[in-house]
Ligand binder design. Structure first.
Ligand SMILES: *Cc1c(COP(=O)(O)O)cnc(C)c1O
Length: 348
């Protein structure tokens, strides 16, 4: 066998399907911004851009070097969602026709340049970034009555429609918008908003996790990633024997385990609990023992035809990434973005 490696296979076709599905939930006038921050949530910035450029209206990023990489491959709108923090980056943004968010007083210098497309971020209740409605009001009067801009906010719990904070944020957003006398665009929706509040799409939605298929409450969306590695060892374990570091898990009967060539150094969380589901030869099997740096142990007692060299799929379009989150106190966003450099990446 060649030296094995954990593999990440990104299916751009799945990302396209997810985008078209999300767009179908929205008013056709609403523009769709694909959020590609953090290397397209770990999926590969350039490949994703080239693969979806014809079906999106723009891109949202946080780091300027990523925005510039997209600019090499697309002439569509590119928004730096936290703006810029110095003059040098401002010049680069201006030269490359990037839209800029302004979210605090230190960024007000951006408003001095009339050529920049401005998004003003207001804090409607998430209390992380953005101007209070009151500060916004004075900035508006001073700088914005004579220019087009986009009013923007971000939701804290759009994936949970039962949480009152959603309504509170929508109301605050509405209130601020009502007090703006001039024509302006609006954007508050992320993936959870598109799914749970499709009528709050306004002019632009900004969708990240949904396009990659990491949104757990919607079964139409599929994981665009396949994360897998090969079995390099199979062992019989006697009843009462303990497996892996700390001997965390004890065999309650005679069992067979497979050792898979992937671990936390590939980005698979060390903290994962036993019984987390993965897949071998299209059968669901459970993690058995603590994940180590290079290895994961799996209980394969229930599958007969398993051998060294077979693939173990941690997640894929059929084996949901969300199997790994709930019991392990993780989110799909983190799993996607923590896959490390030594994993072999390919695209289809
Ligand atoms: C990351 C991000 C998004 C995308 O959110 P998802 O939940 O991944 O759809 C939207 N807006 C802002 C400001 C973000 O930082």
């Amino acid at each position: 066998m060649r030296e094995p490696s954990a593999e990440l296979i990104v299916d751009i076709g799945v990302i396209r399907k997810n985008i078209l599905y999300l767009k179908s939930l929205l008013n056709p006038e609403t523009k769709f911004m694909a959020i590609l921050k953090a290397n397209a949530y770990g999926h590969g910035l350039k490949e994703v851009t080239l693969g979806i450029d014809d079906i999106v209206d723009g891109y949202g990023l946080v780091r300027i070097h990523e925005a510039l990489e997209i600019r090499e491959n697309s002439s569509k709108k590119i928004l730096l969602m936290q703006g810029v923090y110095n003059n040098q980056d401002f010049d680069l943004a201006n030269k490359n026709d990037l839209d800029l968010v302004v979210h605090n007083d230190d960024q007000l210098f951006i408003l001095d340049n009339p050529n920049i497309n401005i998004w003003i971020k207001i804090n409607t209740g998430m209390n992380r970034l953005g101007f209070s409605p009151k500060s916004f009001s004075s900035i508006y009067k001073k700088h914005l009555t004579k220019r087009q801009f986009t009013l923007m906010s971000h939701l804290a719990c759009s994936d949970n429609p039962l949480d009152d904070l959603n309504k509170k944020q929508f109301n605050a957003f509405d209130e601020v918008s009502k007090n703006v006398q001039t024509n302006h665009h609006k954007s508050i929706g992320n993936t959870g908003c598109i799914i749970n509040y499709p009528n709050q799409g306004f002019d632009w939605v900004r969708s990240g996790i949904g396009i990659y298929g990491g949104y757990s409450a919607d079964n139409t969306l599929q994981s665009a990633m396949t994360f897998r590695s090969k079995i390099i060892e199979i062992k019989d374990i006697k009843k009462g024997d303990r497996v892996g570091y700390n001997g965390r898990v004890i065999a309650s009967k005679d069992i067979k385990i497979a050792i898979v060539y992937a671990g936390y150094a590939d980005g698979y969380p060390q903290s994962t609990f036993d019984k987390t589901k993965v897949s071998i030869n299209n059968k669901e099997v459970n993690i058995f023992g603590q994940v180590s740096m290079d290895l994961i142990s799996i209980d394969i007692s229930d599958i007969s035809n398993c051998k060294i060299g077979d693939w173990c799929t941690l997640w894929s379009s059929k084996d949901s990434i969300n199997n790994h989150i709930a019991n392990n106190n993780l989110i799909s966003y983190e799993l996607m973005t923590r896959i490390t450099d030594r994993v072999k990446v390919s695209f289809k």
